[in-house]
Each structure stands twice: as structure tokens, then as C-alpha cells.
Design a protein around this ligand. Structure first.
Ligand code: ZN
Length: 173
């Protein structure tokens, strides 16, 4: 399957049936993303288990590319630790911004479909919005977490007793 077919099939599928759509309540961290160039808006909510993404959801309204990209992102990062998320984000960014002639990225699985967006440079921000929003949510958590006075508790009660995290906003503008 070439990149164009992969792009069309995966984007259509994930736009029509977004995975992990919704909101985690309670959550450990959250962020709002906004791409004013296209009007894409989404909110990412996360539950963390130590350094690892235990669960993730997104909701919002946007174009097919932003919705499909967010859906693919949630599938790809669930279960990853933060270093793995960062390295995946870097590779997706590389795939989105590579020249049109560059070979399709390897080892990215379905995320490789996002590389099809490089033929439409105006849509790169649609595809990267969910990744920037995830990074903002993780950075927000790192800044506000107090691991020394709040050890990681597997039970929900400890999480719920804490104040709900204020969503940080990120804009691609
Ligand atoms: Zn868009």
C-alpha cells in the first residue's frame, strides 16, 4: 500500500470512528489545543501511572486530519512512558515536515499515514495539534506534580481528592 492509499484509508477511518474519544474524569492532567488557522479545537485528558500514560482521551471539533491525528495519537501513546512519547512525537514531527520526495517513515505503524499530510503543508498544523496538546498536558503535570508529598497511588480516591487539574491551553499560532 503506498503512502497516498494509507493516508486516505487511515484518515477516513479514524475521522469516521475516532478512538479514545471523550473525557477522563477524574484525570491527572489535561490541556486544550487550538489551531486558529483551521478552527480545530480539542481537549486531551490523561491518567498517569507514575511516568507512564495509563489512559488518554480526546474530544473536540476539527477537520478530518486533526480528528484522525488525535485518534491515532491516543492509540499510539497509551502505555508509553514520557521519554517514549517524546521520541515518538519527534519522529511524527519529522514525518510531517519531511520533503515530499522523502521515503515514507519506517516503524511508525499507522502513524506513518500522517506523513501523507506533507503534500498539503497548510494542514501540517492540523495533524500536529494533538501532539502539541499532549506535550502541553505532560509539561503542565511535570510543573505541578509534587511526587515527594504525593506518592503514586493506584486507587482512584487519592486522585479524586486532589484538586482537578486546570487545563492548560496551547495554540499552534
Ligand atoms: Zn484542521
Amino acid at each position: 500500500m503506498d503512502l497516498k492509499d494509507l493516508y486516505r484509508d487511515v484518515i477516513l477511518d479514524h475521522n469516521k470512528r475516532p478512538r479514545n474519544f471523550g473525557r477522563l474524569d477524574p484525570c491527572d492532567t489535561a490541556a486544550d489545543g487550538n489551531n486558529p488557522l483551521c478552527g480545530d479545537r480539542l481537549t486531551v485528558t490523561l491518567r498517569l501511572q507514575g511516568d507512564r500514560i495509563d489512559d488518554i482521551r480526546f474530544e473536540g471539533r476539527g477537520c478530518a486530519i486533526s480528528t484522525a491525528s488525535a485518534s491515532l495519537m491516543t492509540e499510539a501513546v497509551k502505555g508509553l512512558d514520557q521519554a517514549a512519547v517524546q521520541s515518538l512525537h519527534a519522529r511524527v514531527h519529522e514525518a510531517l515536515t519531511a520533503s515530499i520526495d522523502a521515503p515514507p517513515p519506517e516503524d511508525l505503524g499507522k502513524l506513518a499515514a500522517l506523513a501523507g499530510v506533507r503534500e498539503f503543508p497548510a494542514r501540517v498544523k492540523c495533524a500536529s495539534l494533538s501532539w502539541h496538546t499532549l506535550a502541553a498536558a505532560l509539561a503542565h503535570h511535570a510543573q505541578h506534580a509534587h511526587p515527594t508529598d504525593r506518592p503514586v497511588q493506584p486507587d482512584q480516591a487519592g486522585r479524586a481528592a486532589d484538586a482537578p487539574p486546570a487545563a492548560v491551553a496551547v495554540s499552534t499560532e
